[in-house]
Design a protein around this ligand. Structure first.
Ligand code: EPZ
Length: 423
């Protein structure tokens, strides 16, 4: 297993380009299952989760290929669903990536049935899919749990009004996809508003779907008989962009992220400005510079447009060097403070009580050997290592490789002293 070795203490500066969004590319790959022809996803990031999703689609019989990069260096994933014969996602693949659940809606809509391994919990929480199944049942599907697999049977789905008990990103995406081929109109209430949901809606509309309201709490989908393939450019990854900007802020540097969309990152940029960093936002790039002290502040995660839970761990690392006290409250997942124990080993002063962490800023962190536990926690440890005095080793960075494309190369381009070592 690979390790990151980081020599901390040098400010990062310079310009780096953001990759395509993992959490937009995954539902777009699932949407290909709805189409009568091939789908091309431009700018899909080179990540383990993307290749795992490709294996799930191949397991069903689809053809999945990564086309050579075009002039701008961005690669395209081409999926042809016309050879899909098996509407099933097996345990050995689903257990490595929960997002496989996104094939559920498209398979039931296009093939009338699906059999997917019930995704287990993961490090950050139980992560049930009850809302996904409730929605499909309201649309006429029969669901059952057989030997750890969810089996869903439906003739043609019928439109329904579905109220989500809580904001769920993949729940909204799954049912929006299912509704595109249903008979009649579906209304999703209390729908997730994330930019990735909107990116998916744009692609579905290009495929011939009749959707309106994405980005609001209420999405209406008028079912149609079939959808065509399309070529869609993935939106930039707002979580990776936030992580790269925080790498500049935590080290007292000056980092510009090309290709980032500031309008999808408003909550993070607002908090960075509140902490005393200077934020310069243009339509195609975002720059953050920090020269003065990090002003401690309080932070609470919430569904979009609130502060994203996927940036909570990274921002907490930053607040460990604040000039006072910060309270970080995690309201989305029940166990998303796994980075705290590792940050403490670097000298951070953090006390956790329930879903809140009290962070008392310290003058400096010291490098240490650390263990990554989940995708965003590992990013938090890398940021802390960049700012710490001395050497930090982050073990088990396969967690990181799930969601960040060649992060060490991007950080090194900004002046970080970081290398990937085979353990
Ligand atoms: C998506 O996960 C993202 N993954 C997550 O990113 C992200 O953290 C999360 O949304 C929240 O923004 C992808 O898009 C592939 P949810 P998702 O359904 O859809 C509960 C990363 O780091 N819930 O919005 O699985 C759930 O337990 C990953 O890239 C139910 O109870 O999250 C959680 O507490 C991590 N029942 C809350 O809702 C359900 O049926 C939000 O979950 C569905 C969800």
């Amino acid at each position: 297993m690979d390790i990151f070795v980081i020599q901390g203490g040098s400010p990062l500066s310079g310009t780096v380009r953001v990759s395509g969004a993992k959490n937009a590319a995954l539902p777009l790959m699932a949407a290909s299952l709805l189409a009568e022809g091939p789908m091309e996803i431009v700018g899909a990031p080179r990540l383990r989760d993307i290749s795992t999703f490709g294996k799930v689609l191949r397991h069903m019989g689809a053809s999945v290929e990564r086309l050579d990069a075009g002039g701008d260096g961005r690669e395209t994933v081409r999926i042809d669903p016309r050879t899909v014969g098996k509407a099933e996602a097996p345990y050995e693949l689903v257990k490595t990536m929960r997002a496989s659940v996104l094939v559920l809606g498209p398979l039931v809509a296009r093939h009338g049935r699906a059999r997917i391994s019930l995704p287990g919990g993961c490090a950050i929480g139980a992560r049930p899919i009850d809302q996904h199944l409730k929605g499909l049942e309201l649309m006429g599907a029969k669901t059952s749990l057989v030997e750890g697999y969810v089996e869903v049977d439906a003739g043609r789905l019928s439109g329904a009004t579905i109220y989500f008990d809580m904001k769920t990103v993949t729940g909204t995406e799954n049912l929006m996809m299912a509704a595109t081929l249903a008979r009649g109109t579906t209304v999703l209430k209390n729908a997730a508003r994330e930019p990735e949901v909107c990116d998916l809606a744009r692609a579905l509309r290009a495929m011939g779907a009749d959707i309106e309201g994405e980005g609001t709490d209420e999405i209406a989908v008028r079912g149609t008989d079939s959808l065509r393939g399309t070529r869609h450019e993935v939106m930039p990854d707002r979580i990776e962009a936030s992580t790269l900007l925080l790498a500049g802020a935590i080290t007292g540097g000056d980092v510009t992220v090309r290709g980032a969309d500031p309008f999808a990152m408003d909550a993070v940029l607002t908090k960075l400005a509140e902490s005393g960093a200077e934020v310069f936002a243009d339509p195609g790039s975002v720059r953050v510079r920090r020269e003065g002290p990090i002003r401690s502040l309080n932070l609470e995660t919430s569904p979009y447009p609130g502060f994203p839970t996927d940036v909570q761990a990274q921002f907490m690392a930053y607040l460990c060097l604040g000039d006072g006290f910060s309270i970080v409250r995690e309201t989305i997942f029940e166990n998303r403070f796994m980075h705290v124990a590792e940050l403490r080993r670097m000298g951070a002063r953090i006390e956790v009580s329930g879903n809140a962490a009290a962070v008392k800023g310290v003058q400096a962190l010291s490098g240490a050997p650390l263990m990554a536990t989940d995708l965003r926690a590992s990013a938090s440890l890398v940021l802390a290592g960049l700012a710490a005095n001395g050497t930090t080793e982050v073990l088990r960075i396969y967690h990181l490789d799930r969601g960040y494309e060649a992060l060490e190369n991007k950080l090194a381009r900004l002046g970080a002293r970081i290398s990937r070592v085979k353990e």
